[in-house]
Ligand binder design. Structure first.
Ligand code: FAD
Length: 398
C-alpha cells in the first residue's frame, strides 16, 4: 500500500496542489481534490502501521460525526473503514449530579446512529488506501518540508530529500505544530488549559452498549467511549500533577483508581493501555498567507471534551474542496483563500468558545455555580427544539 516514490532531486515538479501532511485531514483533502481532477503532491514524514484485525485497539480514537461520515464516504474511504473496525453509538449522556442529566439519542433525530468511535490510524489508513486509486496523486514519504518560497501565483517547497516542488496552492495539513504554518509566517494564539487528559483503553466484562457518556466533576470530566467488541476508551481530565501521578501507575493500580473515581455504571473491566496529553487551544492568526492555506489542527486545536477536533478539520476540508470545485477555471484565484477563512473561522471559533464555556463552568466546586450548571443540564434535557438544534450542530448537520 501507499508505495514510496523515489523522486530524484530534480527540476521543479509542477502540480496544482501540494499537501503537507497525510494525517486524517491531509489525506481527506487529497482524495477530494484528486477526484476533481487536480494534480496533487502529498508529503508525509511517517506512515502509520498497516492494519490487521488481531492488533490491539489504538489509544487515539475519535468520535466521528454524521457529517464526517458523509465526507469520508464522498472521499471514497468509508467502504475501507467498514472493512476494518468501528463502533457506532446511538446515545449520548452527560451529567454532573445524578438526576440532572442531558440525554441525546439518534432516535430523536430519526437517524440510525449519532456517529462512530473510530481509531485515528484506521481513518488515515482508509484514506491512504483510497489514495492508491488516483494516478494524479503523487506521494513523497518519508519526506519533510525544509523551506518554502512564495512567488506571487505559486509557491515552491524544498523537501529534505532535495526534491523541489511547485504548485498554485500549498495546503498545510501538518498538525498542531505545523512547520508549514511557521514557514508561511503565520502566528498562532495559544492557551494551555489547567487540565491534562489521560486516555485509558479497557477490556470490558460485557459487550458494549451503544452509548457514550461523560460525567463532569470539579477536577475535570470522566468520559467513556465504546469501542468494538468488549472494549472501551476512558478519558480522564484532571490537573497536570494528578495526570502525571496516574501515568506513573501500573495498569492494575490505575484500574483501582478508575474504579474509585469513575461512575459505577462502567462495570467490570481491565486496563490494557494508557497515555496522557496536555490540552492546548490554538488558533492561527490567519488561515492563509499568499498561496498557503491552513486546514485542520494546523489552523485550530480545541479542548477535546466534546470530541470535535477532527470533525472541524473535516469541515475545513469540505469547505476548501467545494470552493475550488465551484471556482471552475478560476481555481487559482487568491480570493478563494479569503473566502475560505471567512466561512471557516467563525464556525471554528464558535465551537472553541463553546468548549471553553463548558470548561470554565464545570471546572470548579463553587456551590451556586454547581447548582446553576446542574439546573442547566436538567433544563437542557427538556429543551425540545433547542436541544435538537444543539445536537444537530454537534453532529455537523447544520
Ligand atoms: C486527547 C485527544 C482526544 C481527541 N478526541 C477527538 C475526538 O473524539 N473527535 C475529534 O473529532 N477529534 C478529537 N481530537 C482531535 C483530533 O485528534 C485532531 O483534531 C486530529 O488528529 C487532527 O488531524 P490533522 O490531520 O489536522 O492533524 P494530525 O493528526 O496531527 O496529522 C498531521 C500529519 O502531518 C504529518 N506531518 C507533520 N509535520 C510534517 C512535515 N513537516 N512534513 C510532512 N508531514 C508532516 C504528521 O506525521 C501527521 O501525519 C482529540 C485530540 C486529543 C488531543
Amino acid at each position: 500500500m501507499f508505495a514510496k516514490l523515489d523522486v530524484p532531486s530534480q527540476r521543479p515538479n509542477d502540480a496544482d496542489v501540494i499537501i503537507v501532511g497525510a494525517g486524517m485531514v491531509g489525506a481527506a483533502i487529497a482524495c477530494l481534490l484528486a477526484s476533481q481532477g487536480r494534480s496533487v503532491r502529498l508529503i508525509e514524514t511517517r506512515l502509520p502501521e498497516p492494519f490487521s484485525p488481531e492488533q490491539p485497539l489504538d489509544l487515539r480514537v475519535s468520535a466521528i460525526s454524521q457529517a464526517s461520515v458523509a465526507l469520508l464516504d464522498k472521499a471514497g474511504a468509508w467502504q475501507h473503514l467498514q472493512q476494518m473496525r468501528l463502533c457506532p453509538y446511538r446515545r449520548l449522556e452527560t451529567w454532573e449530579q445524578a438526576g440532572c442529566a442531558t440525554r441525546f439519542s439518534a432516535e430523536e433525530l430519526g437517524l440510525p446512529q449519532l456517529g462512530y468511535i473510530i481509531e485515528n490510524r484506521l481513518i488515515q489508513l482508509a484514506l491512504l488506501r483510497r489514495i492508491e486509486d488516483f494516478a494524479n496523486i503523487q506521494t513523497h514519504t518519508p519526506a519533510a518540508v525544509q523551506s518554502l518560497q512564495q512567488n506571487g501565483d505559486h509557491a515552491t517547497l524544498l523537501l529534505d530529500d532535495g526534491t523541489e516542488l511547485q504548485a498554485s496552492w500549498v495546503l498545510a495539513c501538518d498538525g498542531a505544530e505545523s512547520l508549514t504554518r511557521r514557514l508561511a509566517g503565520i502566528g498562532v494564539s495559544r492557551f494551555e488549559y489547567r487540565q491534562h487528559c489521560m486516555l485509558i483503553n479497557i477490556d470490558t466484562e460485557f459487550e458494549q452498549e451503544d452509548i457514550t457518556w461523560q460525567q463532569f466533576t470539579p477536577s475535570g470530566p470522566r468520559a467513556f467511549l465504546p469501542l468494538p467488541g468488549q472494549h472501551g476508551s476512558l478519558v480522564w481530565y484532571d490537573s497536570p500533577a494528578r495526570i502525571r501521578a496516574l501515568s506513573a501507575l501500573d495498569n492494575e493500580a490505575l484500574a483501582a483508581e478508575v474504579r474509585q473515581h469513575f461512575p459505577t455504571r462502567l462495570g467490570g473491566f481491565r486496563v490494557t493501555g494508557k497515555g496522557s496529553f496536555p490540552l492546548v487551544r490554538r488558533h492561527a492568526n490567519d488561515y492563509h498567507a499568499g498561496r498557503v492555506v491552513l486546514l485542520g489542527d494546523a489552523a485550530h486545536t480545541i479542548n477535546p471534551l466534546a470530541g470535535q477536533g477532527v470533525n472541524l478539520g473535516f469541515k475545513d476540508v469540505a469547505c476548501w474542496s467545494e470552493l475550488l470545485e465551484a471556482a471552475g477555471d478560476n481555481w487559482q484565484d487568491p480570493a478563494l483563500a479569503r473566502r475560505y477563512e471567512r466561512r471557516r473561522r467563525p464556525d471554528n471559533m464558535l465551537m472553541q468558545s463553546g468548549m471553553d464555556l463548558f470548561y470554565a463552568a464545570f471546572s470548579n466546586d463553587i456551590g451556586p455555580l454547581r447548582l446553576a450548571r446542574n439546573l442547566a443540564l436538567n433544563l437542557a434535557d427538556k429543551a425540545g427544539p433547542l436541544k435538537e438544534m444543539a445536537l444537530r450542530y454537534a453532529l455537523g448537520l447544520v
